[in-house]
Design a protein. Structure first.
Length: 223
């Protein structure tokens, strides 16, 4: 198998769509394929960079390409990918499974993005949208090295000084995004906090204040 084709199977959007389809199959009716694919479309459209790099039209083209490879009997697909195809299709024809997913994605991509009130974020979607908030909890909160959240914020910010931008830019962007998407405590604690345990409106605002204070104190331009 040529390397550029092999990359389709190892990682990327084809694998992600099949993982979602397999997750739905294995949920025994608990999850909806339509809902999970709607979330996939929403994640892809969540940032301009993701949509620019790999829009849903590209995803569906890749799925069609893999379906053609399956229909032609092309050998060389990695065993793990073949197993994923079997799980996603529950034993049905691989090419038909892929084309079915393609059709569903194309149809869903024509609709406006789903409101989070109508279609709450799934755990996997939160992991994709807020990886830095999740990582902050693992690295700075859950081990109990600091007496308060505020101490954790201060220690984290100071640990990266003076090269703060790479750490603080995505972290604060996710914090502000979470406050916009989940403006009330009830909304946030119903969806985000069960996945990222330290993330409450008060905590996220405290993080943003700490970062803002640090930037004004340590990085403000001289008068």
């Amino acid at each position: 198998m040529t390397s550029h084709i092999g990359g389709i199977f190892r990682d990327g959007p084809v694998r992600r769509v099949l993982e979602l389809a397999a997750m739905v199959r294995e949920s025994e009716g608990t999850l909806s394929l339509d809902d999970e694919l709607r979330r996939f479309v929403r994640v892809t459209a969540a940032t301009s960079s993701a949509e620019w790099l790999c829009p849903v039209t590209t995803v569906t083209a890749l799925l069609d390409h893999v379906a053609d490879l399956c229909a032609d009997g092309t050998d060389g697909m990695p065993p793990l990918f073949r197993d994923l195809l079997r799980r996603a299709g529950a034993g049905t024809d691989a090419a038909a499974c892929l084309r079915s997913l393609t059709g569903k994605l194309r149809a869903l991509d024509q609709r406006p993005a789903d409101d989070h009130g109508q279609l709450p974020m799934a755990r996997w979607e939160i992991g994709v949208r807020f990886p830095h908030l999740a990582g902050f909890g693992v690295n700075w909160v859950y081990e109990g090295d600091h007496a308060t959240l505020e101490d954790s914020f201060q220690a984290a910010v100071e640990s990266e000084h003076p090269f703060c931008d790479a750490f603080l830019t995505p972290l604060t962007a996710e914090a502000q995004s979470a406050l916009v998407l989940f403006p009330s405590e009830r909304a946030m604690t119903a969806v985000l906090t069960p996945v990222i345990g330290w993330a409450t409106p008060q905590a996220l605002r405290g993080l943003l204040r700490t970062v803002d204070d640090h930037m004004q104190r340590e990085h403000a331009a001289a008068p």
